[in-house]
Design a binder for this molecule. Structure first.
Ligand code: SAM
Length: 218
């Protein structure tokens, strides 16, 4: 019942704020038809990421975890004409679907998909390059990706990590799995990391109860 309310709220608010969009709808449908899991960010969350990237005037964006490129489209649309986005994805199949979705959206020239384990991909990228990083891949890798993101992002740049609340389970000591532990390791690290300042913002909506971690590199 709660989930129904959250879905209704998202649909209601989106009906005023987010017009229907052929390229984004195509990305969801094509990803679904190709058997990709339905674990992309919600429509409202995608728009939120787009607004965040625009509000800091991001010109170079890094994404970790592409799936079918749904969040990639939202983020790439935040870029100016000469902006660039690099997105790291493990699965060749996901990357191929994302590539076709980005071409359909007319964004392929701004986006480079790098296929392989993100931990390897990120170490190949030059430091102090990106304005905005969105981390949304395997959750056990969160701390590794965050530390790399901190190296890659410019001072004043933003790092967002998705799925850090996990239906409240991260905060329940008796709950544990690899994803929950992946979030806890990141939080534990952040307690003493003086090079960033961060907060968690819980979210509810069509994707249930979860949250974003928002960090700024100092
Ligand atoms: N950001 C996407 C969106 O909102 O549209 C959703 C990404 S989905 C939650 C996570 C993605 O991370 C999957 O496509 C998965 O294949 C990828 N992934 C998992 N492990 C990875 C790894 N070690 N390196 C890179 N990508 C990985």
């Amino acid at each position: 019942r709660q989930q129904e309310i959250w879905e209704r709220c998202d649909a209601y608010h989106n009906s005023f704020l987010i017009p229907s969009d052929d390229a984004l709808e195509h990305a969801r449908k094509n990803s679904d038809e190709n058997g990709l899991p339905a674990i992309a960010v919600s429509t409202a969350q995608g728009k939120f990421l787009n607004l965040l990237a625009r509000s800091i005037g991001a010109k170079k964006i890094l994404e970790v975890g592409t799936l079918g490129g749904y969040s990639t489209i939202w983020l790439a649309r935040a870029l100016p004409a000469n902006g660039k986005l690099i997105t790291a994805e493990l699965s060749e199949k996901h990357a191929a679907v994302a590539q076709s979705n980005l071409e359909y959206a007319g964004l392929a020239s701004k986006v480079k998909i790098m296929v392989g384990p993100a931990a390897d991909t990120l170490t190949c990228l030059p430091e102090d390059t990106f304005d905005f990083v969105f981390i949304d891949a395997d959750k056990p890798g969160n701390l590794t990706y965050f530390l790399e993101a901190k190296r890659l992002v410019k001072r004043g740049g933003v790092i967002i990590v998705d799925n850090v609340v996990r239906d409240g389970r991260v905060a329940i000591p008796t709950e544990s799995d690899d994803n929950v532990e992946g979030v806890r390791r990141l939080l534990e690290h952040l307690k003493t990391d003086k090079e960033v300042d961060a907060t968690t913002i819980g979210t509810v909506g069509e994707k249930g109860y979860d949250g974003f971690l928002y960090a700024v590199r100092l």
